[in-house]
Design a binder for this molecule. Structure first.
Ligand code: ZN
Length: 135
């Protein structure tokens, strides 16, 4: 069964948003990490049953920059954790889902990730993620 791993929230100003969420949750972020290939800075907060991932663009025309220009700040994606991302990609492709990237790539927080295309998921960008294993 899939598990909600985190909710990604696109923000314009990571510092401001991080202090707001720290006040809201009563606890600060536990980690910040730049994903250079995606030109995005991520900041993570823990909830008891999932995480929040703040996403701030580090470059004009990054996917987060484009998202904010088009739709404003707000919920960007839901991330579901799976045990075997390769198997899930095959299963979902066989079920007619479209992907943004079909080959898992390295994401923040020691994860392999891929994104389903929102056109096949009611407009919701969905990330599949799997903890990277030591091989
Ligand atoms: Zn994410």
């Amino acid at each position: 069964m899939m598990r909600l791993e985190h909710i990604g929230i696109a923000v314009k100003d990571d510092q401001e948003a991080a202090s707001l969420f720290a006040r809201l949750l009563g606890e600060g972020a536990y980690k910040s990490e730049d994903v250079e290939r995606e030109n995005v800075k991520t900041t993570f907060f823990r909830l008891s049953n999932a995480k929040l991932e703040l996403l701030q663009s580090l470059a004009v025309d990054s996917s987060i920059d484009k998202f904010i220009n088009k739709r404003g700040e707000g919920i960007h994606h839901l991330a579901f954790e799976v045990d075997d991302i390769e198997m899930e990609i095959i299963r979902l492709k066989n079920n007619g889902f479209a992907f943004v990237n079909e080959t898992p790539k390295a994401g923040a927080d020691n994860k392999l990730i891929c994104f389903l295309h929102p056109k096949s998921t009611n407009g919701v960008l969905i990330e599949l993620c799997q903890e990277k294993r030591i091989e």
